[in-house]
Write a protein that binds this ligand. Structure first.
Ligand code: SF4
Length: 178
């Protein structure tokens, strides 16, 4: 019998305010992604599209899944390109962590506000995982000397064909959020 993957990449919406030319979502029909049929994963990564367009629904989804996974160690992470100083902390309260990938100067400006806000409120980030993924051109937009001590920073590049990492399943909600 084949071993079950322990990580789930869960597509919740196709909607996104950005139009990145290399976006993975342009490369295949998202409606052909299989519908999620189990949740016994150690790690569930909420992705899109842009999940933070729907912060309340994402928090409700995580809460519901936490109930179903009660008594397990399942962790919930949210993948986003939105650094809004109110929305981001709201979702962080519910998730175990957020992976933020800024895509433009506007997001970097918001990120600076968000970062300052989180640095002033250590209780908001205690026990949370914060990852900041930076394309080289976006990294160059960060202010000199900015304090990134809250973040695990990862340098990234666009990858053709968007290979799915080993050990992960990619599934979607039966009804994507519109
Ligand atoms: S932000 Fe992400 S989901 Fe949105 S268009 Fe860019 S790569 Fe695609």
């Amino acid at each position: 019998m084949s071993k079950k993957n322990k990580k789930l990449r869960l597509l919740v919406t196709k909607q996104c305010p950005h139009k990145c030319p290399m976006c993975c979502n342009n490369q295949f029909d998202l409606m052909k992604v299989p519908v999620v049929d189990r949740i016994d994963y150690d790690e569930i990564m909420i992705t899109g599209g842009e999940p933070l367009l729907y912060p309340r629904l994402v928090c409700d989804l995580i809460q519901g899944l936490r109930v179903l996974r009660y008594g397990t160690q399942t962790k919930f992470y949210v993948y986003t390109s939105i650094a809004h100083p109110a929305i981001f902390p709201y979702v962080l309260d519910e998730a175990d962590g957020i992976v933020l990938t800024p895509h433009n100067k506007g997001t970097i400006d918001l990120f600076c506000l968000l970062n300052a806000k989180l640095l002033r409120a250590p209780e908001k980030t205690k026990g949370k995982s914060l990852r900041l993924c930076l394309f080289p051109d976006i990294k160059a937009m960060l202010p000199q000397g900015i304090d990134l001590s809250l973040w695990q920073v990862k340098d990234i590049e666009w990858k053709k064909d968007c290979p799915l990492p080993d050990g992960e399943d990619f599934r979607r909600l039966p009804n994507l959020i519109e």
